[in-house]
Design a protein around this ligand. Structure first.
Ligand code: FAD
Length: 389
């Protein structure tokens, strides 16, 4: 094997998934995370069928399904709770459902357990200060002054990747889209069995089931800047923005007075870095090079697929340069598709006003199921070279 010792920078979903994938192949894996502990930002996450297949490759699908909530598609409704259309999801294969919502903490813990039980070492509160790639290996200097040598460095260090900046020489700064997502975890009423989305005038609300007991609500709003409001203002501002919705979102609005805590405010940013994503023995993957807005719930899915493909390709008996190019060739078409499709959905939604709503509703009713099925038929195709032959 040309690669036997790997450093992964970043213990987010992508980094930990890659640690599991590589350690399971017998590679000596170290992960460094700059946060002092395993803090998990966000609320819940949907894992679409293609991601569940990647999680299956890591041996954790059963655990994910046992804690999460599998569901079959999305219901679209108007802000005043009239049905527009049910869009079934065609993702997944035998034994793999189309979607599974779960808490981010559960997904993270399952991946961490897979990584550490395969032998990966994870250190928190450690940053990378310098990288020196001499062609045969990369010497990495850490915050404390330690220097260690690796056959390969894999950066899953998220948007504003500093390893990406050092290795690729690119300033990897994401673009603010003008939209923000407000999220909050809540108890799940039994009738919420799948993703439900309510479209209003330049605002979209929704709920996604996470477990037998919980779900999360989301609200996508247009906000002039990406500045975060003060903590104590989040609940009143969210209640204001939920005004005008009827049905479950109105129940949620009313409940904010009793429980204003736990609101997660995320400005939506995006970034799509052209190839190459590697230089010498350093490769940058995950959100650091392809951060899509979450409208297809495919961001972490792409990072987990990256992780599985990376492990497949770098364990082949060939030159490392060829292996890293193969990773890029397999990953780039899929991440491009997700980036542009997600961007397009957000951009279209940002333009839906009271005046244009009847056309938007008719368009969804007549075409959304077909458009979704087409996109999903591509995402459901094999993503690993081993499945293609
Ligand atoms: C509102 C919202 C909802 C979403 N919903 C979904 C969904 O339902 N389904 C889905 O699949 N995806 C979803 N996503 C996308 C998903 O969250 C991301 O795509 C995914 O978290 C990317 O993982 P990553 O490991 O590449 O990066 P990150 O999760 O950002 O992890 C990067 C890690 O690297 C660490 N780091 C950074 N720099 C350094 C350094 N120099 N040294 C050491 N460590 C470093 C950071 O602290 C961080 O822990 C959503 C995103 C948003 C914003």
């Amino acid at each position: 094997m040309t690669v036997s010792k790997v450093l992964i920078v970043g213990a987010g979903i992508g980094g930990v998934a890659a640690a599991a994938a590589l350690a399971q192949r017998g590679i000596d894996v170290e992960v460094v995370e700059k946060h002092p502990s395993a803090t998990i930002p966000g609320v819940g996450i949907n894992q679409p069928g293609n991601s569940l297949r990647a999680l299956d490759a890591l041996g954790v699908l059963d655990k994910v399904l046992s804690v999460g909530f599998a569901f079959d598609g999305n219901d679209y409704r108007t802000h005043d709770d009239h049905r527009i259309v049910h869009v079934p999801s065609s993702l997944g294969v035998e034994g793999v459902p189309p979607n599974c919502g779960l808490t981010r903490r559960d997904l993270h813990n399952i991946l961490l357990e897979a990584a550490t039980s395969a032998g990966a070492q994870i250190s928190y509160g450690v940053d990378v200060q310098d990288l020196d790639d001499n062609g045969d290996g990369v010497s990495v200097t850490f915050g404390g002054g330690d220097t260690r040598r690796y056959d390969l460095v894999v950066a899953f260090d998220g948007v504003r990747s500093s390893v990406g900046r050092r290795a690729l020489g690119l300033d990897l700064v994401p673009t603010y889209t003008g939209s923000v997502v407000w999220r909050k975890q809540l108890e799940r009423p039994t009738e919420i069995m799948r993703t439900m989305l309510w479209q209003g005038d330049r605002v979209k609300g929704g709920v996604i089931p996470l477990s037998e007991t919980h779900m999360y609500m989301l609200l996508v709003t247009l906000e002039e800047t990406d500045e975060r409001p003060a903590e104590e203002d989040l609940a009143p501002l969210l209640a204001e923005r939920l005004d005008g919705f009827t049905g479950p979102l109105d129940d949620i609005r009313q409940s904010l007075a009793d429980d204003p805590t736990g609101i997660v405010y995320s400005p939506l940013v995006e970034m799509n870095v052209p190839l190459p994503w590697h230089k010498g023995r350093v490769i940058v993957l995950g959100d650091a090079v392809h951060a899509a807005v979450p409208h297809l719930t495919q961001g972490a899915a792409m990072a987990i697929e990256d992780a599985v493909v990376l492990a497949d390709e770098i364990t082949r008996d060939r030159d490392i340069e060829e292996s890293l190019k193969a990773v890029e060739e397999l990953r780039h078409p899929r991440t491009e598709l997700v980036f542009h499709a997600s961007h397009g959905i957000l951009a279209q939604e940002q333009g839906i006003t009271t005046e244009t709503m009847p056309y938007a509703v008719a368009g969804m009713r007549d075409h959304l199921a077909e458009q979704t099925a087409h996109l999903e038929s591509i995402l459901n195709q094999p993503f690993r070279a081993t499945q293609l032959h």
